[in-house]
Design a protein around this ligand. Structure first.
Ligand SMILES: *[C@@H]1O[C@H](CO)[C@@H](O)[C@H](O)[C@H]1NC(C)=O
Ligand SMILES: *[C@@H]1O[C@H](CO)[C@@H](O)[C@H](O)[C@H]1NC(C)=O
Ligand SMILES: *[C@@H]1O[C@H](CO)[C@@H](O)[C@H](O)[C@H]1NC(C)=O
Ligand SMILES: *[C@@H]1O[C@H](CO)[C@@H](O)[C@H](O)[C@H]1NC(C)=O
Ligand SMILES: *[C@@H]1O[C@H](CO)[C@@H](O)[C@H](O)[C@H]1NC(C)=O
Ligand SMILES: *[C@@H]1O[C@H](CO)[C@@H](O)[C@H](O)[C@H]1NC(C)=O
Ligand SMILES: *[C@@H]1O[C@H](CO)[C@@H](O)[C@H](O)[C@H]1NC(C)=O
Ligand SMILES: *[C@@H]1O[C@H](CO)[C@@H](O)[C@H](O)[C@H]1NC(C)=O
Ligand SMILES: *[C@@H]1O[C@H](CO)[C@@H](O)[C@H](O)[C@H]1NC(C)=O
Length: 826
């Protein structure tokens, strides 16, 4: 009897105390869990992935969050069929037995021995087996599809153990899938994503701070990344600095690596990074010796390296670059006056056959490559210190370029090619080359001198005429991070206007000069003493929150220059006053035309199509072409101004977010924007990306064609909103019904139809399905076949947001009209 009670006590002990340890005498059976001690972050036990499923697994999950999130599975390929299983320690091994079967379903499979063995679940999520306090096995050494902080990805060179991620078959099936994400240690080590052992994406080699193919991986403050490459190991760890932050990287079908962090307030996982992203990320998309440039909307994305030409000209012409490029010309490449041409901002070529010499600097690296006739290209091993030397020999594979933050690659070219690239060349110059450079330099010096002199003459004339006190200044903000951003990325100074000249230009901010009123202040028209018309955005003194937006806008917009963006002329900060000075656009905003029956006939189809294309190009510039990646976040008809010739200019960057190229997506607690233009993931989850702007653009495009507001009340349509209605018509093939009547006969049905389809592609429910802005620009510019849109997100049902997430819905509904709208000019 005594023994029975003791047995019961032992069996149930884990239940009462949530142990974190298994010993010889304490095993766990189905229903029991181990909880990691200290913080109780992780739990280990038996689970099922579907309530109706009989299939059970042993694994580890996050203990304190509401959403079941499995991070490790022991018996992923040998599921349990009932709830009678037991995990225990036998002969020094962890063994999982089912239904009293003698053969274990799963085992830690280390050499068997009789020792003092115990297994413990740590608060990092690592489950360790110790023999006499030495770790002999750990779950971190056999990862499933998830990389946790403090877990190593990579190779232990001493034991040969390579830790890598393997996908699940599907979200409900943890069996070993086809994808792996692993470090390949050959040559200069690289990280690869493989499908069935065939590379599909190359994250690239380590540049000293990041992977060559992940330029957005600039230091992010919540992580501490440790990369090790020495004789003992090659590995990477992404650790979190704050143990309260839950973050994981997961490999999933259909071929995505995603970084997610838990948002405790919203009770969800948010994606903060993912890859691969674009066609150019596909392994060897453009064949050998060529570069893939995704930002080239008009031209074909594949481009041969300097000194190379397409192997199959015809295929290349038909936009198939997979044949790659071969050397052109037949000049000698060996000590015959050859040199190097820089290919800037790229993911450097596949380095599995590259050679590395860590003790050389960039200059010696060049000499090393030049002296070796088989060397075709070189770069630094460490990007930021320009130390170490990597050289390529033979064909170069899988290179792509970035708008910013790529690595520079120096490609060997013969002397003829070198002469052509002389201006950019770092190569050794022959006598002829030297003469050419001298001639060019002389011309340059002369033309600079001429420009300088004429400019001085002009400036002198202007100086004597000028009355507005205009001088340069450097902004200083309290927020040190903002200041860093500003100084590091913007060395050009923004003109500064003084308060007196602005006050007199606007007649002391008179009501008669007021153009509009927004949540952050008012907009006035003004005439400077030189006769120039300006628009002045005066920040309300009392809107505390507006100060942030003001700073944001100044920093952002001063860096932007594009004919489809409104131009900033300067700003004014004096005491409490904060103002932005813009070019004045007499035609007001787009909404004023398209939603007004009496004005809408002024915009015929040609004009509207030009406006659509102009807006698209403006957004493309924000997303890809400016030095920073900018997400506008508040695109709408009232934020598109029209100049004299009715060319569109995107305005109001108060909400915009700047991405130093690091993040591609972000999450915000404060959802700003305008009801009707917000993408579902942004409105519901606060997650914004370039694709949320694409969504807003799609709505705007459909509004321009139909002359109807998406969020407006329409007597004549049955659906909840315009987008939903157009989707219904599109399915029926009757979209012509909704085209703005005031277009009359001015349009081509085929063209309008095509535009509507592009609009529907932009408002698709899932951000991944929506085209990028460069794809949109190219679709608008040619007659290529368009993809078939999927059902759009038109479920902006108020009840939905209100019940599920009060903070978000407050965000949505309090923001109507917060941004500036130009009303009535006088
Ligand atoms: C565990 O069980 C063994 C016998 O199986 C016994 O000798 C030992 O004292 C037990 N240890 C604990 C801590 O109960
Ligand atoms: C185990 O499964 C049986 C039948 O499949 C069920 O009756 C029983 O309640 C289960 N026990 C536990 C602890 O879940
Ligand atoms: C244990 O390891 C041996 C070789 O080390 C292997 O043959 C065997 O399949 C492994 N067993 C399990 C259950 O993993
Ligand atoms: C076995 O290890 C545990 C902790 O790991 C320790 O408390 C215990 O004293 C050890 N027992 C023996 C017999 O060494
Ligand atoms: C994995 O690859 C196999 C063989 O190529 C294929 O049959 C299977 O459908 C693939 N599974 C997934 C989930 O893609
Ligand atoms: C690369 O250079 C930077 C700057 O000198 C240095 O901080 C960093 O540790 C170097 N990285 C490696 C891997 O050597
Ligand atoms: C980052 O990690 C390294 C090595 O793991 C450690 O030495 C360093 O203290 C960490 N830094 C921070 C800020 O956590
Ligand atoms: C290749 O070399 C031959 C002579 O060796 C020369 O006649 C010919 O013009 C060269 N072709 C090119 C493209 O340089
Ligand atoms: C690196 O270059 C230096 C200088 O040329 C040379 O002495 C050294 O042997 C090289 N190291 C390797 C590993 O090739």
């Amino acid at each position: 009897m005594k023994e029975l009670i003791l047995l019961l006590l032992i069996l149930y002990y884990p239940f009462c105390h949530s142990l974190d340890t298994i010993t010889l005498n304490h095993s766990i059976k189905d229903g029991d869990v181990l909880v990691s001690s200290d913080r109780g972050t992780f739990a280990l036990g038996f689970f099922t992935l579907h309530p109706d499923s009989k299939t059970r697994y042993l694994g580890i999950w996050y203990n304190k969050i509401s959403e079941q999130t499995i991070v490790w599975v022991a018996n992923r390929d040998t599921p349990l069929n009932d709830n009678s299983s037991v995990l225990s320690i036998k002969n020094g091994n962890l063994v999982l037995h089912s239904n009293n079967n003698l053969n274990p379903v799963w085992s830690s499979n280390v050499s068997t021995s009789f020792v003092n063995a115990s297994a413990k679940l740590l608060d990092t999520g690592n489950f360790i087996l110790t023999h006499n306090n030495n770790v002999v096995w750990q779950s971190f050494d056999s990862p499933s599809n998830t990389l946790l902080p403090f877990m190593k990805l990579g190779l232990d060179r001493k034991t040969g153990l390579n830790r890598f991620l393997t996908s699940w078959k599907s979200p409900n099936d943890p069996r070993t899938g086809n994808l792996t994400y692993r470090i390949d240690p050959t040559g200069f080590p690289q990280l690869f994503l493989y499908r069935n052992k065939i590379p599909i994406w190359r994250t690239g080699s380590w540049t000293g701070q990041r992977w060559s193919g992940v330029p957005e991986m600039t230091p992010i403050f919540i992580f501490n990344v440790t990369f090790v490459n020495n004789k003992d190991e090659i590995s990477i760890e992404y650790n979190v600095k704050d143990p309260n932050v839950l973050s994981r990287m997961v490999l999933e079908e259909p071929g995505q690596v995603r970084r997610l962090t838990w948002q405790p307030n919203e009770h969800r996982w948010f994606q903060i990074w993912h890859g691969p992203k674009e066609e150019c990320d596909n392994f060897k998309q453009c064949g050998s010796n060529s570069n893939c440039d995704p930002y080239n909307a008009e031209k074909f994305e594949c481009e041969c390296f300097p000194g190379y030409e397409p192997k199959f000209g015809r295929e290349w012409y038909l936009r198939d670059g997979s044949g790659g490029c071969v050397r052109k010309g037949n000049a000698s490449m060996c000590r015959s006056g050859e040199g190097f041409v820089k290919v800037a901002r790229v993911k450097v070529p596949d380095s599995s056959k590259a050679r590395v010499n860590g003790s050389l600097g960039l200059r010696e690296c060049r000499e090393e490559c030049l002296g070796d006739c088989s060397c075709v290209a070189y770069t630094s091993e460490n990007e930021s210190s320009e130390s170490g030397c990597v050289t390529w020999h033979g064909d170069m594979e899988d290179t792509r370029s970035y708008t910013q933050l790529g690595q520079d690659l120096y490609v060997r070219v013969d002397k003829h090619e070198l002469a052509m690239y002389a201006k950019h060349s770092y190569g050794s110059l022959g006598k002829k080359g030297l003469v050419a450079v001298l001639v060019i330099c002389t011309c340059l010096v002369l033309s600079i001198a001429i420009i300088l002199i004429s400019w001085l003459v002009k400036a002198r004339k202007q100086w004597t005429r000028r009355k507005d006190h205009k001088y340069s200044f450097r902004l200083t903000f309290d927020d040190s991070s903002d200041q860093q951003e500003f100084e590091s990325t913007n060395s050009s100074n923004l003109p500064f206007y003084d308060l007196n000249s602005i006050a007199s230009a606007t007649d002391n901010f008179s009501m008669a000069n007021k153009l509009g009123q927004g949540g952050f202040g008012s907009v006035y028209k003004g005439i400077l003493s030189n006769g120039m018309a300006i628009a002045v955005k005066r920040l309300s003194k009392y809107s505390g929150q507006g100060v942030e937006e003001f700073k944001n806008e100044v920093v952002l917009i001063s860096k932007l220059q594009h004919r489809n963006l409104v131009r900033i002329l300067g700003c004014c900060i004096q005491g409490e006053e904060k103002m932005l000075i813009y070019e004045y656009l007499p035609n007001k905003s787009l909404d004023f035309f398209i939603f007004d029956k009496s004005k809408s006939s002024e915009l015929d189809w040609r004009k509207r199509f030009d406006i659509i294309c102009g807006i698209a190009r403006g957004i493309l510039y924000l997303h890809h072409d400016s030095r920073l990646r900018i997400i506008h976040r508040d695109l709408k008809a009232s934020n598109v101004l029209l100049d004299n010739a009715l060319n569109p200019k995107i305005a109001d960057f108060g909400m915009a977010r700047m991405f130093g190229g690091d993040q591609i997506e972000a999450v915000t607690n404060r959802v700003v924007g305008t009801y009707g233009y917000m993408s579902p993931e942004y409105a519901m989850e606060g997650q914004f990306s370039v694709k949320s702007d694409v969504y807003s653009f799609g709505v705007l495009l459909l509004e321009i064609i139909t002359g109807k507001k998406n969020s407006g009340h329409h007597e004549d349509i049955a659906s909840t909103n315009l987008v939903g209605h157009i989707w219904d018509l599109w399915k029926e093939g009757t979209t012509m019904k909704i085209v703005d009547r005031s277009l009359g006969e001015s349009f081509s049905e085929v063209e309008v139809e095509r535009c509507i389809q592009i609009g529907l592609l932009c408002v698709q429910d899932y951000a991944v399905d929506r085209p990028s802005m460069s794809a949109v620009v190219s679709m608008l510019g040619n007659d290529s076949t368009l993809p078939i849109p999927k059902q759009p997100a038109f479920s902006f049902k108020k009840s939905n947001c209100e019940s599920s997430n009060p903070s978000t819905s407050e965000g949505i509904y309090s923001v109507n009209n917060v941004s500036m709208t130009m009303i009535e000019a006088r």
